[in-house]
Write a protein that binds this ligand. Structure first.
Ligand code: LHQ
Length: 264
């Protein structure tokens, strides 16, 4: 059922899993003010709700997200406006996705282009429909990768391949994305949402607190030395070892039963 709070986003909850569907299908879910605001609000909501333990991000209709809405710019686009928008609007969305204290799974239907591609890459897991594609569309209109795309792309595939992808701006088909390490799984298009939600449900039953700290550990590792990472892991483990889910995991192991993690 549509959430009355949102004009351009569907917010659907099933137990501990929330599915956020960008909902401007006639524009391939291109980002206008309404979608940006809805997405920011919804991501803050799911971040702050401990009952939500996994999130699926997808798009309505034939595309995931076509990036910035090129029609809503009109004539009024200046460098100042764009720079501020990237820092104040797209940046927070990307950081909300990347730092969300629970797994976020992108279910990429159709094309994820420009900032839409950045949003997919900011998620923890990427599942793609077999007819979907990622596209660094920026260069096709004379722009550089933004909304974190340079960061994610260079780390994920290395400089040479990142440059090729960014310079060519072509659609990268799902199977090639999987080969490049830009997607975890490729599934038949008709099964995409069901499989993504099933995966999210399975993740939602895992120890959410430790998953949140696993994200922190891996993000730290990407920008740190081995020594710094070992120290960061120790600090995070100190928190995990005192968590309810750690106690439950150990008890379940010793009692030879399935653990019932509560996410705390
Ligand atoms: C669109 C869009 C779109 C509006 C399809 N806007 N209507 C940049 C600058 C400044 C500030 C901040 O940040 C950025 C960051 C960026 O994201 S730059 C990159 C912007 N995005 C693009 O350049 C992608 C442009 N779109 C495409 O290349 C294609 O439309 C894709 C590959 C996404 C989809 O192709 P198809 O599936 O073949 O669909 P289509 O092209 O036929 O589009 C369907 C409709 O959606 C069409 O409208 P129409 O009225 O003709 O049916 C398009 O005009 C509209 N649409 N993308 N970004």
């Amino acid at each position: 059922m549509p959430d009355p709070r949102y004009d351009a986003l569907l917010f659907e909850r099933d137990g501990a899993v929330v599915t956020l569907t960008m909902n401007r299908p006639e524009r391939r879910n291109a980002l206008n003010r309404a979608l940006e605001a809805d997405l920011t609000d919804a991501l803050r909501r799911v971040r702050d709700d401990a009952g939500v333990r996994a999130v699926v991000l997808t798009g309505a209709g034939k595309g995931f997200c076509a990036g910035a809405d090129l029609m809503s710019f009109g004539g009024g686009l200046t460098g100042d406006v764009v720079e501020r928008h990237l820092v104040e609007v797209y940046g927070p969305i990307v950081e909300l996705l990347a730092t969300m204290p629970k797994p976020v799974l992108a279910a990429v239907n159709g094309v994820a282009a420009g900032a839409g591609c950045s949003f997919a890459l900011a998620c923890d897991l990427v599942m793609m429909a077999d007819d979907a594609a990622l596209m660094q569309a920026f260069i096709n209109i004379g722009l550089v990768p933004d909304a974190g795309s340079s960061w994610f792309l260079a780390r994920q595939v290395g400089y040479y391949r990142a440059f090729e992808i960014a310079a060519e701006g072509a659609r990268i088909p799902a199977e090639r994305c999987r080969e490049l390490g830009l997607a975890n799984r490729v599934v038949p298009a008709a099964e995409l949402l069901g499989q993504a939600q099933a995966w999210a449900q399975a993740l939602a039953a895992r120890p959410t607190f430790a998953l949140a700290l696993t994200k922190k550990a891996l993000h730290t590792a990407l920008v740190s030395t081995l020594g710094e990472t070992i120290r960061a892991e120790a600090t995070l483990q100190r928190q995990c070892v005192e968590s309810e889910d750690h106690a439950e995991g150990v008890a379940a192991f010793l009692e030879k039963r399935e653990a019932a993690f509560q996410g705390r």
